[in-house]
Write a protein that binds this ligand. Structure first.
Ligand code: SF4
Length: 189
């Protein structure tokens, strides 16, 4: 059985893999976020797993912020992610290096359709701003073009810890739950 530290290392490796694959996707299809868009971080229905936020909670522990952040989330009642930055002219995440797996994949990866084939899960902003480029990318992927597939990453995540890596929760609840797990593992150190 993996220790909490081994799990964190494995999640971080998977996050790096997601970063590398989405970066390759952007280069391959010559597409990227619109400057200072960040609309995806303002969605009110982002779901994530507790497991993908363990590295972030561990970072809070190491920097002495765990209790403070946990209290903040407990008193936060907005539907958007607590770490989203809503100011114009700024990128959207205040915890970018330790953001979740879904945050890394969304916009530059595919979902599986009912036949198990990848379909580009493009964000609304790019779909509206660059319709021709997006339809070309969709066609290329349909013909077998390379793409990260979100469910592949979540299958790998669940192999690290089935219970914490499978259940999808509203994003703030997932972050809070990750903070509680790190708190329990460090309370008596
Ligand atoms: S953790 Fe960061 S990247 Fe993920 S939804 Fe929240 S603000 Fe956006």
């Amino acid at each position: 059985m993996l220790t909490i530290y081994q799990k964190i290392q494995k999640i971080e490796s998977l996050q790096t893999e997601a970063d590398n694959e989405t970066k390759a996707f952007k280069n391959r299809y010559k597409i990227d976020c619109l400057e200072f868009c960040s609309k995806c971080c303002r969605y009110e229905d982002i779901n994530a797993t507790t497991l993908e936020f363990l590295p972030l909670a561990w970072h809070f522990y190491k920097t002495g912020q765990l209790e403070e952040i946990h209290n903040k989330i407990s008193n936060y009642n907005e539907p958007q992610c607590i770490f989203s930055i809503l100011e114009k002219g700024k990128w959207g995440c205040s915890v970018y290096p330790s953001r979740g797996l879904i945050c890394r994949l969304f916009g530059f990866a595919s979902v599986e359709n009912k036949y198990g084939k990848p379909v580009f899960a493009v964000c609304h902003s790019l779909k509206v701003a660059k319709p021709n480029e997006i339809s070309t990318i969709c066609e290329k992927i349909e013909k077998g073009g390379k793409t990260p597939v979100i469910s592949d990453f979540y299958r790998k995540l669940a192999m690290i810890d089935l219970k914490l890596g499978e259940e999808l929760l509203p994003i703030n609840q997932a972050i809070k739950s990750a903070c509680e797990i790190i708190f329990m593992h460090t309370a008596y150190r």
